[in-house]
Design a protein around this ligand. Structure first.
Ligand code: BDR
Ligand code: CA
Length: 339
C-alpha cells in the first residue's frame, strides 16, 4: 500500500480528499498534518479527527500545524467552507488524541523512518512543509514524491486576480518549498495541481446523488433528488449525510460567485493524482511565486522553456479527464460508505 502524508486545511474539499484516500485500499495514510488555512489549525485538526471517527478509520496520527503562516498573519475563509470548515455538516468532537509532535516534526520523523516510500500530499498552504524543510533540508530526497494542490499558471487566481488561495495564505512557504525541491533536484519532480485544471473538476448535485445510490446499493433511477437546498440531509448513511451537508455549502458558495450550482473538487483531484499520476497530463516547469508585487503578490509563475536559466522544479498539471476522476471517486467513496 502506498504510504501518504496528507497536509490539509480541512476544508470541504480537503474532507473529500481524505475520504477518498481512506476509501482506497491501495493507500495508507501514515499521518495527517493540520495546516492553518481555510480555518484555524486547531479547527482543521478537530475536523480531521472527527472525519476519522465518521469513517471508523483505524488510528491515524493527526498533528497540529503552526498557528500562522511563516511571515504574515493568518487569513481564513469561513465564507467558503462554513464556520467550522465543513459547510453545513456537523460532526461530534472526537475522543481521539492529537499527536504530541508538531506537524513539521511529524513530517520529518516519518520521512526519515521510511526513506523513499512516502508520497506527500499538500492541499492547504505549505507552512508545515516549509517548517519541516528547515529542520530536514534532505526532505525532498527522502520523499517518494510531493503532490501539491495550489497555484494558478495560465488561469486567474481565486483569491486575488492573480493568486490562488493556498499560495495566497502563505506565499513565503510556497517559495521555500519549491526552491528547496529545486535545489535538491528532487526526482520525480513535485506534481502541482493548479486551478488551471482543478477548476475543470466540477461536481454537480447529480454526482452526489449517484454516490448516494452506490452507497445505498440502489439502481440509478430509484434515488431521484437530493434534498432541497437549505434542508439538512435526511440520508441514513452517515458518510453520505456528511457529504451532502458539507458540499451543499460549497455549491451555494460557487453559485454566489456566478460559477453555477457546482463545486470545484480541487483537493480530491490532487488526492487521486497522488495515488495515480496517470490521471494527469503534466509538463515540466520552473515554478516560482511573486512575493513583492503590489498587485500580484502570491501569483505563481511557470517558466516552461528555461527562460530563467533554471532547471524545472515541478511538473505542472495541464490536463485531465474529469469524467474518469468522478467515476473513480464515486465508486470508491460510495462503496466505502456502504461498508
Ligand atoms: C484551495 O483553496 C481551498 O479553499 C481549497 O480547500 C483548496 O485547497 C483551492 O484554491
Ligand atoms: Ca484545501
Amino acid at each position: 500500500r502506498q504510504k501518504i502524508i496528507m497536509d490539509v486545511d480541512t476544508g470541504i474539499d480537503d474532507s473529500l480528499g481524505l475520504l477518498y484516500l481512506l476509501a482506497c485500499d491501495d493507500a495508507e495514510i501514515v499521518g495527517i498534518a493540520s495546516t492553518a488555512g481555510n480555518v484555524p489549525a486547531r479547527r482543521v485538526a478537530a475536523n480531521n479527527l472527527a472525519l476519522l471517527d465518521l469513517c471508523r478509520a483505524p488510528a491515524v496520527e493527526v498533528a497540529l500545524g503552526a498557528d500562522t503562516p511563516l511571515a504574515i498573519p493568518l487569513r481564513t475563509t469561513e465564507d467558503t467552507h462554513g464556520p467550522q470548515g465543513i459547510g453545513y455538516a456537523e460532526l461530534p468532537p472526537s475522543p481521539r488524541p492529537l499527536s504530541p509532535r508538531t506537524a513539521a516534526r511529524m513530517w520529518v520523523d516519518l520521512v526519515r523512518e521510511h526513506p523513499g516510500e512516502i508520497i506527500g500530499l499538500c492541499t492547504g498552504p505549505l507552512t508545515n512543509l516549509a517548517l519541516a524543510l528547515r529542520i530536514e533540508p534532505q526532505l525532498p530526497l527522502l520523499l517518494k514524491r510531493l503532490v501539491v494542490m495550489g497555484g494558478a499558471f495560465d488561469h486567474p487566481g481565486n483569491t486575488t486576480p492573480t493568486s490562488e488561495w493556498n499560495v495566497h495564505v502563505d506565499p513565503e512557504a510556497w517559495k521555500e518549498v519549491f526552491d528547496a525541491f529545486g535545489a535538491a533536484h528532487a526526482h520525480p519532480r513535485p506534481l502541482v495541481c493548479g486551478l488551471d485544471v482543478t477548476e475543470t473538476i466540477e461536481m454537480f448535485p447529480a454526482h452526489l446523488t449517484r454516490l448516494a445510490e452506490v452507497a445505498e446499493s440502489l439502481p440509478a433511477q430509484e434515488v431521484s433528488e437530493t434534498d432541497p437546498p437549505g434542508s439538512r440531509s435526511k440520508a441514513s448513511n452517515p458518510i453520505v449525510r456528511f457529504l451532502t451537508d458539507a458540499v451543499r455549502f460549497y455549491f451555494e458558495f460557487h453559485q454566489q460567485y456566478d460559477q453555477g450550482y457546482l463545486a470545484h473538487m480541487h483537493d480530491p483531484f490532487a488526492a487521486a493524482v497522488a495515488l495515480d499520476p496517470t490521471l494527469a497530463v503534466t509538463r515540466p516547469a520552473t515554478v516560482d511565486v511573486e512575493l513583492t508585487g503590489t498587485l500580484t503578490r502570491g501569483a505563481t509563475v511557470a517558466d516552461r522553456s528555461g527562460m530563467w536559466g533554471r532547471e524545472p522544479n515541478a511538473d505542472i498539471v495541464i490536463g485531465t479527464d474529469p469524467a474518469v476522476f468522478f467515476e473513480r471517486m464515486i465508486d470508491k467513496v460510495g462503496t466505502f460508505a456502504r461498508a
